[in-house]
Design a protein around this ligand. Structure first.
Ligand code: PLP
Length: 260
């Protein structure tokens, strides 16, 4: 039987990030992709030019339409934009006994805000407690915890803080770090697992959509039945290959390659 994954996220019409990245990644990993669109963005490799969020009722209807018809095996959330949207998504997902990956998307590389500041508390209160894995980068982990992160001790403190908010596990992605030579991510779970997963640093500007692609790969591996820690390692290898084969298209940050 085919495994089914769902992404609840914003559209990136340039095809590198957002719902498009998620569905391409699901397809590449052999999982059937479904979606609920939370926002439409107008963007290209130079940045995000406009955002229109979707009516929360329509978001709920999209999620319901899939869940009442398909056996969904794993879900991920990406750009959620507002506290109203977060509330509707949390309400829809709270009693589902399937893996839930929360990618706490906040700010695009070009600086555009994909999550209103007023929505941060809702994200912490409504969604993190039902998350199977939360996947912040360092700036997102700092916002979620109020901590300043400079080294491994800080990262581990932040991970514990995120687990204390109710998530089953967390991956803090180290792509923004300058104190270590590799791309080094920390996995920590409420069950007591803790390890760093490292891949060599790749010096490239073509990294648009790395966060979405990483979380989508993780969701696909969880949909296939992998345990959280194994799914993180597989997703890390996938994103390394996707960045290594990044596409130099457009005049700005080219996209991560989803069929790497
Ligand atoms: N657009 C959408 C809809 C996204 O969800 C994201 C990231 O999550 C981005 C753009 C930004 O991608 P990046 O910061 O990798 O350029």
């Amino acid at each position: 039987m085919v495994q089914i994954a769902m992404t609840i996220a914003g559209s990136d019409n340039s095809g590198g990030a957002g719902i498009q990245a998620d569905i391409k990644t699901f397809q590449e990993l052999g999982v059937f992709g479904t979606s609920a669109l939370t926002a439409v963005t107008a963007q290209n490799t130079q940045g995000v030019h406009a955002i229109q969020s979707i009516d929360p009722e329509i978001i709920a209807a999209q999620i319901e339409a899939i869940f009442t018809d398909f056996p969904v095996h794993a879900v991920k959330t990406g750009m959620l934009f507002s506290s109203e949207i977060i509330q509707v998504v949390a309400e829809q997902l709270k009693n589902k006994e399937i893996p839930l990956v929360i990618d706490p998307v906040m700010i695009a590389k070009g600086g555009a805000s994909l999550l209103r500041e007023e929505a941060i508390e809702a994200l912490k209160k409504e969604l993190l407690p039902i998350a199977t894995v939360v996947t912040p980068n360092i700036p997102e982990a700092e916002v979620l915890t109020g901590l300043q992160i400079q080294n491994n001790a800080d990262i581990e403190k932040a991970a514990k803080h995120i687990l204390a908010l109710g998530a089953k596990s967390v991956v803090i992605k180290g792509g923004h770090r300058v104190d270590v030579p590799d791309a080094e991510d920390l996995f920590m779970s409420a069950a007591g697992e803790k390890f760093y997963v490292r891949t060599p640093w790749i010096d490239t500007k073509d990294t648009h959509g790395t966060g979405c692609t990483y979380a989508a790969a993780l969701t696909a591996f969880l949909a296939e039945g992998k345990k959280q820690a194994d799914a993180v390692i597989s997703a890390k290898n996938f994103i390394h290959a996707a960045i290594e084969n990044g596409l130099d298209i457009g005049s700005g940050h080219g996209p991560t390659n989803h069929w790497a």
